[in-house]
Structures are given as structure tokens and as C-alpha cells.
Design a protein around this ligand. Sequence first.
Ligand code: C2E
Ligand code: MG
Ligand code: MG
Length: 510
Amino acid sequence: MFTFPLRDGDVPIGALDLYKTNRGSLDENDMAAAQTLADVTTAYLLNARARDRARATSNVFHHNSLHDPLTGLPNRQLLQERLTHAAALSKRSHTHAAVLFVDLDRFKDVNDRYGHHVGDALLLAFTDRLSNLVRDGDTLARVSGDEFVIFCEDLRSIDDVEELAERIGQSLKSPFSIMCHDLAVTASVGIAYAGPGEDITDQLVVDADMAMYQVKRRGGAGHQIVDVPHTSPRGDHNVLAAELRTALTLDELDVAYQPIVRPRDRTVVAVEALVRWTRRLRGPVDAPSIIAIAERSDLINEVGDWVLRRACRDRQRWLDRFPGTALDLAVNVSVRQLLQPTFATMVAAALETFETSPTSLVLEVTENLFIDASERVGEVLSALARSGIRIALDDYGTGYSSLGYLAHLPIHVLKIDRCFIADLARPAGEIIVASVNKLAHDLGLQVVAEGVETTARHDIINTVGCDLAQGFLYAKPMDATAIEALLASRTPLPLHGPPQPGPPLGPDIE
Ligand code: C2E
Ligand code: MG
Ligand code: MG
């Protein structure tokens, strides 16, 4: 036996053991045969090594193309692949599948305040907490900045997903300790699911995103199962957006008006404009969904502008018929719309076109305005307030319910959300409403109680001293013609259901 070295240039890469079958020393022929065998073996080895390297590199590339570099979690593309794979099996499935869209609230503030290195560390720590909550086999993906998606298959029931969403909320109860900063954060979670045998498509992600967005609109820190009930449950977002665009051009949107009354004498002092849209052949879409679709498809400006102009036009017509009527107009404005550079000009143009005094207009904003947005909010609100427009803080009680910003921002009206009003049956509920009412009054704000549905609640908010009230007890939202009839009757609203014509009363609607 003899050993022949294998070399790559000068670098030894192995050895070839050769066995000589006949006795005697090696001759020239033996050496030549051995050299040939060694060359061939070396070539094989080098080839195999190159192939292994190429495979490893390609694996790294493949892995990188499917994973997020910061957290190492699957990225949007891998999530998509998992959904496609699940879709192929979904028809035969006897279980539920769900997508949770998780978005950290006010993450931008963390980056702005402490820098991106702290933001990144927070994302890693959050990833850690999320990873501990998901089951083996679930996909936890990071789809962008602070947006994560959890895709769960084989769920016994949809309750399991709600439980998971609750556990995500619980997991954020203790703050993160990041580079000497204690960071308390909350998350908004949107959920969409497919029942047994239902199609699993990437539409689930779009729907969950939309549900997450609705949580954000309410002020974040919570979860919601997708609620697009009057559209198709899985209406394609792009189709809805295209339909909404068409509806805008064809003037197919509508506005309903809900009277706002003074509880003391039930006279109507204002109406709130609420957007309405009925899809052809499909029926009505609820207002929060219209707004969510509009915001997601960059149509919010057009929709907001349309509602404001229509409302000013209708009010102008009412006043033409009943000159001297004192009737304020409340119009909801979404954060995205308010932060558009053209917003103030657009409002001014609508007011001018329909000869509406700025002092008759109340713009309703929600608390989420103060979550993600910056000083710009203060500037815009101040500019509006300087022109005489009043600002109402809508749905107070569903978001952070912090009154801190009221001291710094020009807010004139506080609308107590109907969840507080619904709670009036309990003694603690009354105490809360009375305290909020007093605090708001001390800060010089007018108070509107929203969602008053029963005479018992009416009596309490009246006793507590809320300035104004709104709710199904007085009147449901109605079309412009019904408001006209109401103004014609000059009747205080009865405390039971929709308005009825009656003898001329109501000195307050002059
Ligand atoms: P919001 O501004 O708080 O409007 C009041 C909502 O509560 C309306 O629902 C109204 O129909 C409902 N409501 C009033 N009284 C009662 C009551 O006694 N009981 C119950 N259960 N509900 C009552 P709607 O029209 O579905 O609007 C929902 C939300 O959609 C609005 O809440 C507002 O945030 C948003 N929205 C509606 N129209 C527009 C719009 O033109 N622009 C924007 N940005 N948002 C809008
Ligand atoms: Mg409102
Ligand atoms: Mg409200």
C-alpha cells in the first residue's frame, strides 16, 4: 500500500491510499497511474466542495429572501407561501384558520424620541414575547416596520384566536426594559378568519389589517374581529376601493343626519353628518368600514370633502327654507384627512361655496389623532379654531381617555362615548359620567352625551348636567328630507323613537 497526497495547488486537501497487487517497488507506470487517479480524485473533491459552497450560499440567499433581517422572522413573502400552501388544503379542512394583524401603537414616538436603535431593540423584545405566545406550526411574520402577522391553522374554534389576542394584550402589561428606558407599549390587533372548508386566501391579511385599523381608529390597545358585515364578508379590498371611487364620481354616496338635542327641553340644536353608501346589488356598507376603505385606498380626502360639501349644501337648503334657524353642523374628520396639507383650504372652500359660517361648523376628531400624530395636529387644529370652527373630541372613553392634551389643544366639545352612557345603569357609571362632565366643564368644554337610548339614561345625563345629547331615544340618523320635516314641525324631539309632526313649539329653533 502507498499513500499519494492530494493537493489544490500547494494546499493539501487529502490523501489517496493505493494498493499494489503485485510485489515489488513502484515503477514509472505505477507512478503515472497513481498520478492520474490522484488528479481525478482531486477534481472530484474540488467539484464537490464548490457545489457544497454554492448550495450553502444559495440556501443563505433563499433564507434571506424569505426572512426579515432584523428579527429573523418569516417575511411577507414566506407568509404568502404559507397561506398559498394552506389554501390548497383548505377545502378539506375541518378546522378554523385565522390571521391576526398586530401593530404596535405609537411606535413612531419611540423611534422619534429614543432613536432607531431603541426602536429596533423594542421590536426584537416584542418579537420574543410574541414568539412565546404562538404555537408550534403557527407562522409569526414581520411584514413591515412595527407590523406583525400571525397565521394560525388547525384551530378548534375562533375563541382560541380571541384568547391569543387577549394574551398579546396581557403580554404587554409589563413594560419593556430597553437600554435603560422602561417602555410601556400597547398593540392594536385585527383578526380575520376562515371557517371549516372556507377558502383561505391572502384576503385574510387585508381583512385583518382593516380590522386592526378600526382598533387604531378607536384609540388602539385592543383587538377586533373583522367587521365588514354588509359588504361580502371577504370583499376584495381592491374591488371595494374601486367601487367606492366609482360611487364618488357618480355621486352615489349619501349623508344621514342625526339630531343633537339639548336634554333640558329636547330642542334640536345641531345635526351630525354621517356618511352612507349602498353598494349596487350588495346593500349598505357601515360607516366605519367606508372610512376604513377610504383611508386604505387614499380616497379619504375625496370622501371627507364630499361629505362636508354635501352637509353644507343640505344645511344651506334647510336654512333657505327656514331662515333664522339656529342649527350647527357636526362633521366627522379622520386623522389622515386632517393631516393633509390641503385640509384647511378644502374646509374654507366648502364653507364659502355654501355660505356657511365657520362658527356653525363643529369638526369631530377622535383621540387616535393624538396617538401617532405630531405637533402638526396642534397647528392644524389651532388654524381651524382661529377661523371660528369648533373642534369636538368624539367617542371620549374608547381610547386613552386622557384629558392631558385638552389643556394644550383648542378643543371645544367633548362627546362622551355611548359605552360610558350605556354604563349609567350602574352607580359607578353615573359617577364616571358626572366626573368627566365636571372636568370638561372646568376646562371650559361643552359636553355631549352620545348614544342615549333610554329615558332612564336621559334623566341621568340631564341631572348630571350634560349640555347636549344624541341617541336613538331622541332620533336615529335620518335623511336630509326628514330633517327638513323636523325643522318644519319646530317640535322638540319626543323621548320615544323617531320624531313625529306636532304643533309648532320649539322657540329655540328660531
Ligand atoms: P360617531 O361619530 O361617534 O357617530 C355616532 C354613531 O353612533 C353613528 O353610527 C350613529 O348612528 C350611532 N348612534 C347614535 N346614537 C346611537 C344610539 O343611541 N345607539 C347606538 N347603538 N348607536 C347610536 P354610524 O353612522 O354607523 O357611524 C359610526 C362612526 O363612523 C361614527 O361614529 C364616525 O366615527 C364614523 N363616521 C361616520 N361618518 C363619517 C364621515 O363622514 N367621516 C368620518 N371620518 N367618519 C365618519
Ligand atoms: Mg362623530
Ligand atoms: Mg361618537
